[in-house]
Design a protein around this ligand. Sequence first.
Ligand SMILES: [Cu+2]
Length: 157
Amino acid sequence: MSSRWLMTTMLAMALILVGCGGGGGEGEADQAATGDQAATGEPGTDRYTVRGTVAKLPQETGDTNLYIRHAPIPDYKNADGEVVGMAAMTMPFPVAEGVSIAELEPGDPVEFTFTMRWKPSGHYEIVEITELPGGTEIDFDGAGHDHSHGDDHDHSH
Ligand SMILES: [Cu+2]
């Protein structure tokens, strides 16, 4: 199981690196490259690229966050740098300065990258977001294949 996690993590990292492609993320690429020796060093800024759908725009909620229903994030790390994963959910995401969300509408499928920094205090924000072609299906129950997980799925519909 742990080797499976490792593979998932490495795969996700590869995807992130591809996803960041040439964008030259400030040193984070380096960190990801050394990070595949697993959770050794202190956690810095983690970077995740995830798909989801736009749930609510800031103008609907009156706060500055973009609400996104995101797919599971199997490589999500906690404050100790342990891979704990994050289930699919709808949650608010702060949006970094310079990232335009002007063209997004609720229901739009998107792929986005957010950074997660735990120290000195937890902060995360979207640093990149791209609208996917209309009709793109987002895999909300399991990033790919692992249906054997036995989590309580919520059968909300
Ligand atoms: Cu979440």
